[in-house]
Design a protein around this ligand. Structure first.
Ligand SMILES: *Cc1c(COP(=O)(O)O)cnc(C)c1O
Length: 393
């Protein structure tokens, strides 16, 4: 068993999974589940997609890991592809979202120091945001009950929380000493709240006026989930720096931080590093994911699937008063419930559907981007059934 041999960081369901295919997972008793968690928006192509399996097989027979003391063609190809698909010029590879955020924070601090001296080190972040669990990422992660930060004080100095989507608060907190603003285009853990276009434009203008770096954390909402490869492309504001991870490897660990040249140039030799970052195997997998997304008409598919999903959710919301509000954007969908979300998630599990909670009493639906309508139909039916059961209690 071995379940006692862990630090108590996770509150796990009593489920052990053995295999998966597309939108489906199978537990150790052979029970089938529709998986709308997908590793928390990680498996953008579903479980064990043939293109990923092939990339892992082929590349692992050639070369798995070297070191960033040397070049690998896969890493060069992936960096080139990411820059071709975005408005950005330079990439730093790591292994996770928190690391992609750490990279962005360090880069912004270095940029600030060069452009404005030692005092230009302040970083603004948003209320109800999530950027990861390392000390740096935690220092810019805001929650109303301070649940993430409270036991780890003191954190990185110079960070300041701004009310999300509140332009006045943003203006009040901005000054020449701000070197960066970090924001999720759609807040994931915080409860699937998209940023207003006006709010993002206001951040962009203030960053330009104050020579501060605008960082978009697209770790959860990026990689096609909004219907565009990068989330910013669905919001009409171009950030200076983008943090990516989750969907980038489709299930294989990889993180990336992209920057425009002006900002990326701030890093010089020895400023940052990552042993595993961008190893040939991880890059081969990410290249395969990008190939599938960019050649697979991701915009059309995601827009069609998300319209279908939201249509079904709206029908459900009419029938069930427990659905307070539909949230999210693209295939990062959510429902705010008035009932107990833990009980709801457990009910869904009993009926063979995996869903995740987010802040603000929200249930997240993160199907693979290539989800079939049949799986959406089945998921909706289960959601309706569980809500009815809870209403009749
Ligand atoms: C998950 C997440 C992170 C952290 O990613 P890890 O890979 O768990 O370190 C950072 N930012 C956002 C928006 C996330 O959703």
């Amino acid at each position: 068993m071995g379940k006692t041999k862990f630090m108590s960081t996770y509150c796990r369901f009593d489920l052990t999974f053995e295999t998966g295919k597309g939108a489906k997972l199978y537990d150790s008793n052979g029970k089938e589940y529709i998986d709308f968690v997908q590793g928390v928006a990680v498996n953008c192509l579903g479980h064990s997609h043939p293109a990923l399996v092939e990339a892992i097989k082929t590349q692992s027979e050639k070369l798995i890991h070297i070191s960033n003391l040397y070049w690998s063609q896969n890493q060069m190809d992936l960096a080139k592809r990411l820059c071709e698909l975005s408005d950005h010029d330079q990439v730093f590879f790591s292994n996770s979202g928190a690391e992609a955020v750490e990279t962005a924070l360090k880069l912004a601090k270095k940029y600030g120091r060069i452009s404005g001296g030692e005092s230009k080190h302040k970083i603004l972040y948003m209320s109800d945001s999530f950027h990861g669990r390392t000390i740096g990422a935690l220092s810019v992660t805001g929650s109303s009950d301070n649940k993430y930060q409270k036991d780890f004080m003191p954190l990185m100095p110079g960070t300041l929380s701004v009310n999300f989507n509140d332009i006045e608060d943003l203006r009040a907190k901005f000054d020449k000493d701000v070197c960066a603003v970090i924001v999720e285009p759609v807040q994931g853990e915080g409860g699937l709240v998209p940023a207003n276009a006006e709010f993002l434009s206001a951040i962009r203008s203030l960053c330009d006026e104050n020579d501060a770096v605008l960082i978009f954390d697209e770790v959860q909402c990026g990689m096609g989930r909004m219907g565009t490869i990068f989330a910013y492309q669905s919001f009409g504001v171009i950030p200076d720096v983008i943090c990516m991870a989750k969907g980038l490897g489709g299930g294989f660990p990889i993180g990336a931080t992209l920057a425009v040249k002006k900002v990326g140039d701030a890093f010089s030799y020895g400023d940052h590093g990552c042993t595993f970052g961008g190893n040939p195997l991880a890059c081969a997998v990410a290249l395969a994911v990008l190939k599938e997304l960019s050649e697979g008409k991701v915009a059309e598919i995601v827009n069609e699937k998300s319209a279908y999903l939201y249509g079904k959710l709206q029908e459900l919301a009419k029938k069930h008063s427990a659905i307070v509000e539909l949230r999210g954007k693209g295939l990062l969908a959510g429902m705010q419930l008035s009932c107990d979300t833990s009980q709801f998630v457990n009910g869904a599990i009993d009926n063979g559907l995996l869903l995740a909670k987010a802040g603000g009493n929200v249930i997240r639906l993160m199907p693979p981007l290539n989800v079939e309508n049949k799986d959406i139909d089945d998921a909706i039916e289960i959601i309706g059934k569980v809500l009815s059961e809870m209403e009749n209690e």
